[in-house]
Write a protein that binds this ligand. Structure first.
Ligand SMILES: [Zn+2]
Length: 295
């Protein structure tokens, strides 16, 4: 299975949906022509993260971290059977769980689930419908939600009216499987949370450290590397667009070393390293996933 090796950690993407996304879906201030103009100025985007027509190469996926026998799922996509306002996400019937098993990670083998934030496309497979009830999909996992994120969505309706908290978060708490943690929480095995607020109040990225190597899973603070070339460009889904841009700027500074940056929604290469181009703009040097070596 494809993925990335970081010291002793293996990070494997399991894709629910792969799309060419119109930039209008994410950004009120940018259309396909705008993306083409950014890609002309920052040619590293073309082919790796955007296509020639100005569409964004995007995924909805979960990333499985396996390190020293511990298995951690980061974000759980849209999920099956969920009533959703977005017709593309309504009542999905996708083979995600069998794809996860085929990648070597049956649901019962997962030790922890981390949600970078509690939006619709990050919590779906937290639960599955069994006999008309929502139950935790990963029966042996602890589920990690950050305290401020949990409290915000417990008290706030989702903008499109979907009852995401009730079907994908609350049942995990009721089953006694949730851990509400601070935004800088450390899990076992060299995995920790890094607070990256702005997209949502308690949003976190996930850092993996092993044998002197480091990777970070972005969450939605960089939906697409177009936001690396154009740091000011915040998403229409951001709770605080100014805070999101500030967080992005700090994040690019913080990880502009040999850290492997893995984008939660990045299609194409899916990951890369932060570099500065000749004009001093931020860039991503793509690092495609590689097949696991034999043995
Ligand atoms: Zn998302």
């Amino acid at each position: 299975m494809d993925g990335w090796q970081v010291g002793r950690a293996r990070i494997t993407p399991v894709i629910e949906v792969e799309t060419r996304t119109s930039p209008r879906f994410l950004f009120s201030g940018m259309d396909k022509t705008g993306v083409q103009a950014v890609a002309e100025r920052s040619p590293w985007l073309s082919g790796s993260f955007v296509d020639d027509d100005g569409y964004l190469l995007q995924r909805i996926q979960c990333l499985v971290i396996e390190i020293d026998g511990t298995r951690i799922v980061v974000d759980t996509c849209v999920g099956n059977d969920k009533p959703r306002t977005n017709p593309g996400w309504h009542n999905l019937q996708l083979p995600f769980l069998s794809d996860l098993s085929a990648a070597g990670y049956p649901a019962e083998s997962i030790d922890a689930v981390v949600c970078t934030h509690l939006h619709v496309d990050h919590v779906g497979w937290n639960t599955s419908r069994v006999d008309g009830r929502w139950v935790p999909t990963f029966p042996n996992a602890r589920y990690v939600f950050t305290q401020p994120e949990f409290e915000y969505w417990q008290a706030t309706s989702y903008p499109d009216g979907d009852d995401i908290f009730s079907d994908s978060v609350a049942p995990v708490v009721e089953a006694g499987r949730a851990d509400l943690v601070p935004v800088d929480h450390r899990l076992d095995a060299g995995v920790r949370l890094d607070p990256t607020p702005g997209h949502t109040p308690g949003h976190v990225s996930v850092v993996i450290e092993s044998e002197g190597q480091q990777a970070v899973i972005t969450g939605d603070m960089i939906h697409t590397p177009v936001q690396v070339a154009s740091v000011e460009l915040s998403s229409a889904f951001d709770y605080d667009q100014h805070a999101a841009a500030d967080t992005r700027r700090e994040f690019l500074q913080r990880y502009a070393d040999d850290t492997l940056v893995i984008g939660t929604h990045w299609g194409g290469a899916g990951a890369g390293r932060i570099r500065a181009d000749e004009d001093g703009r931020w860039a991503i040097e793509p690092v495609g996933s590689t097949a696991r070596s034999a043995g």
